[in-house]
Design a protein around this ligand. Structure first.
Ligand SMILES: Cc1cc2nc3c(=O)[nH]c(=O)nc-3n(C[C@H](O)[C@H](O)[C@H](O)COP(=O)(O)OP(=O)(O)OC[C@H]3O[C@@H](n4cnc5c(N)ncnc54)[C@H](O)[C@@H]3O)c2cc1C
Length: 143
């Protein structure tokens, strides 16, 4: 989000990850995120932005499957293996060893003022899957 706030740009991979995080981890209505991107993106386009948010939220016409939920840590490990991007936009993590760069809270002892995670991803993911399942799967007869 710092990249978006500082530059007005964010790579597509990150747009998908933050959109998934807002909707499927924090359970916030995708339209709040869409509006925020509309204010910040230098390449804002209504059709592409709404399409991108609905795809990520699992609610659009050809959305990604509702049960697909990005894990922010594994995405970070896969697409920023050396933590170069993290250290660029989070200079306060510059000295964190590579081993902890994708989960700095595991190195909390040495990170006095770095905030702990705001959500337990595994727990939030389970809640989201349950919410979607109840929405898309008809209840058992007599349930
Ligand atoms: C949540 C979310 C919101 C998005 N909001 C916007 C938006 O407001 N405006 C916007 O142009 N794109 C949006 N996209 C699509 C995509 O992220 C951007 O087009 C792309 O990241 C722009 O960077 P680039 O020019 O380096 O893209 P490149 O990968 O170099 O692609 C070149 C051009 O192709 C088009 N393009 C590429 N990917 C997509 C895509 N998935 N959907 C539509 N067009 C694409 C764009 O015009 C882009 O400029 C969004 C995607 C998501 C997941």
């Amino acid at each position: 989000m710092r990249q978006l706030n500082q530059t007005g740009y964010m790579h597509n991979r990150l747009r998908m990850i933050v959109a998934s995080f807002l909707v499927k981890d924090l359970h916030v209505d995708w339209r709040w995120g869409e509006r925020y991107f509309a204010d910040k993106l230098i390449d804002y386009d209504q059709a592409a932005n709404i399409g991108g948010w609905q795809w990520s939220a699992g609610v659009g016409t050809d959305a990604q499957p509702w049960f697909r939920i990005f894990n922010p840590v594994t995405q970070s490990e896969n697409f920023d293996p050396d933590g170069k991007f993290i250290r660029r936009y989070l200079p306060e993590l510059a000295a964190v060893p590579d081993k902890f760069i994708h989960a700095p809270w595991m190195h909390a002892a040495n990170l006095a003022d770095y905030p702990p995670p705001i959500v337990d991803h595994a727990r939030a993911r389970a809640i989201t899957l349950d919410l979607f399942r109840r929405a898309v799967e008809p209840p058992e007869p007599g349930a």
